[in-house]
Ligand binder design. Structure first.
Ligand SMILES: [Zn+2]
Length: 463
C-alpha cells in the first residue's frame, strides 16, 4: 500500500479521532471501583460500537464473573497470518483528584499531549488499533492479515478473568502472533520494540527460635538471636561482585548474543538520567554488566522487606522470637520459577545454623517471556516503525513482568510483540496522565503498516 496515501488519510482524520477517543475516555471505567460496574459495561459496549463501525466482524461481549471481555475478528485472508490484538478498556482510579489540572475524564489537548485518564494506558492505544484497522479497510480492498481482537476490563485489577477465558477459548483466539500496545517507548520519537520480560519468584524467609520474645538479660548470649541469623543469611545471598550466591542460580540463564548487547548499548542511556529518575546515590549491580543489562538480561535477588523484634519508640531488652524477610527474584530465560525457589530453599537448608528454625514459604511466581528478535512479527514491527518514524527502532526488554503476556504465550503458544506507544513519563497511573499526540497518530500508521509487512512476509502459520 502507498504509505503517503495512508499517512495523508490518518492526518486528515485527526479531529475525528480526538472526538471519538474523548467519547471513550468520558466513560469512567475504573475497574477498582465497585460503584462503576455500569460504567464498565457501558465502556465495553462503546468499544464494541467503534469496532463495528470500523468494519470488525462478529463483535461480541463475553460476560465473566467480573467485567465483560470484548471480542471481534476479521478473518478473510486465507493464506496470510493471523494477528491477535490485546488491549484493556479499564483505567486506574483518579485520586488525588485535586492534582489534576483538567478533569480526568474530559480529554484536553495541551501542547503536544492529550491529557486524560486512560489517554495512554490503555484506551488511547487500544483506539489506535481500531483506527489502524479502519484506515486499512478504507484504503485497501483486502485486509493484509487476519485479525482478532480481545479487550478486557480488568487489567488494572489483575486480569482475573482473562486467563481462564484464554484457556477455554484457545480455538477462538488462535493466532500466529499477539500484538499488545500497552507499554512505553524509550523516549519521545524514539521508536522502540519490547521483546522480553523478566519472570518472578517470590518467597518469605523466616527465622524463629523461642515461642515468645525473651528477656535479653536472662537469655541473651545463651540462645541464638533470630534477627542476627536472618541478617547473616541475607548478607550471604550476594558475593562481592554483586552475583547471587545461591548454587546453580545461573545454570539456566541463556547467554545473550553480542549483537543483542550491542543493541542495548546503542540506547541513549546516561547514569545521570537514571539517577535522576531513581533518586538513588549511585548505580550498582552485577560486575561486568551495564545498567540496562542488569535490568533486562540478568536475574536478580532483592530483599523487599525485613522485620522482627522490637521496632517501636525507646528501648526494649528482648531476644526476638522471630525475624522475617520478603525476597523477590527477577528471572530471565530459561530460568524456571519453581526450580529457582527450590534452589533457594536448599541453599537456606545448607547455611541455616541448627540453633534456630528456618523456613521458606513460597509465594507467587511467573516465568520470563521472550520473543526472538528475528521472529517475523518482530521484524515486521521493526520495519513498520522505521518507515513511520524515519529511524531504526531500538530493541528493549523490560525488567518487570506483564502477566497477560505470559498467559498468551503459555496458553496459546504464541509469541507476543509489545508495540507500545506510551512514554515512561506519561504518568499512566498518576494524576495528569497524558499521551504524546505525535505517537498517537504515528502509532495508527505504524500498526497499519505492520499488518501490511506481515502479510507480504507471509510467514507460515504456526511459527
Ligand atoms: Zn495498561
Amino acid at each position: 500500500m502507498d504509505y503517503m496515501k495512508l499517512s495523508a488519510y490518518v492526518d486528515s482524520r485527526k479531529r475525528e479521532y480526538l472526538d471519538e477517543l474523548s467519547g471513550i475516555i468520558r466513560i469512567e471505567s475504573v475497574s477498582a471501583d465497585p460503584l462503576k460496574k455500569k460504567e464498565m459495561v457501558r465502556c465495553a459496549e462503546a468499544i464494541s460500537g467503534l469496532m463495528r463501525e470500523a468494519g470488525i466482524e462478529n463483535v461480541e461481549l463475553f460476560e465473566t464473573q467480573g467485567n465483560p471481555l470484548v471480542y471481534g475478528e476479521y478473518v478473510h485472508a486465507d493464506d496470510n497470518p493471523t494477528v491477535l490484538v490485546y488491549g484493556h478498556y479499564d483505567v486506574q482510579p483518579v485520586d488525588p483528584l485535586s492534582e489534576w489540572e483538567t478533569p480526568p475524564f474530559e480529554a484536553a489537548v495541551r501542547g503536544d499531549d492529550l491529557y486524560a485518564r486512560g489517554s495512554s494506558d490503555d484506551k488511547g492505544q487500544l483506539f489506535m488499533h481500531l483506527k489502524a484497522f479502519e484506515a486499512l479497510r478504507k484504503l485497501n480492498e483486502n485486509m493484509p492479515v487476519n485479525l482478532k481482537y480481545i479487550f478486557e476490563g480488568e487489567e488494572e485489577i489483575g486480569s482475573i478473568h482473562l486467563e481462564p477465558f484464554i484457556r477455554s477459548h484457545k480455538d477462538l483466539l488462535k493466532a500466529d502472533a499477539v500484538v499488545i500496545s500497552d507499554t512505553a517507548m524509550y523516549g519521545r520519537d524514539i521508536p522502540t520494540i519490547c521483546y522480553g520480560l523478566r519472570g518472578m519468584a517470590y518467597l518469605e524467609l523466616s527465622v524463629s527460635n523461642s515461642a515468645i520474645d525473651l528477656h535479653s538479660g536472662s537469655f541473651g548470649g545463651a540462645i541464638e538471636n533470630p534477627v542476627h541469623v536472618l541478617a547473616d543469611i541475607v548478607s550471604r545471598l550476594h558475593d562481592k561482585y554483586g552475583r547471587v550466591t545461591v548454587p546453580h542460580f545461573y545454570d539456566d540463564v541463556v547467554d545473550v548474543p553480542n549483537e543483542e548487547r550491542e543493541e542495548i548499548a546503542r540506547l541513549p542511556y546516561t547514569d545521570a538520567e537514571f539517577l535522576r529518575q531513581s533518586g538513588a546515590v549511585a548505580v550498582y549491580g552485577e560486575y561486568g554488566f551495564t545498567t540496562n543489562e542488569r535490568l533486562w538480561i540478568r536475574p536478580t535477588l532483592d530483599v523487599n522487606g525485613i522485620y522482627g523484634g522490637f521496632t517501636g519508640e525507646g528501648a526494649k531488652t528482648i531476644i526476638p522470637s522471630k525475624a522475617t524477610a520478603k525476597v523477590s527474584m527477577r528471572l530471565v530465560p530459561d530460568q524456571k520459577s519453581e526450580k529457582i525457589l527450590e534452589l533457594f530453599e536448599s541453599f537456606i537448608d545448607q547455611i541455616a545454623p541448627p540453633t534456630v528454625k528456618v523456613t521458606v514459604r513460597k509465594m507467587h511466581s511467573g516465568e520470563p517471556a521472550l520473543t526472538p528478535i528475528d521472529h517475523p512479527a518482530v521484524k515486521a514491527a521493526s520495519e513498520a516503525l522505521e518507515q513511520v518514524f524515519g529511524k531504526k527502532p531500538y530493541f528493549i526488554r523490560e525488567g518487570g513482568s506483564i502477566p497477560e503476556v505470559l498467559t498468551f504465550q503459555e496458553a496459546l503458544g504464541t509469541p507476543v510483540v509489545l508495540l507500545g506507544f506510551g512514554l515512561p513519563d506519561e504518568k499512566s497511573h498518576a494524576p495528569n496522565e497524558h499521551l504524546y499526540l505525535r505517537h498517537f497518530y504515528d502509532g495508527i500508521k505504524t500498526i497499519a503498516i505492520l499488518f501490511e509487512k506481515l502479510s507480504s512476509r507471509g510467514f507460515a502459520p504456526g511459527i
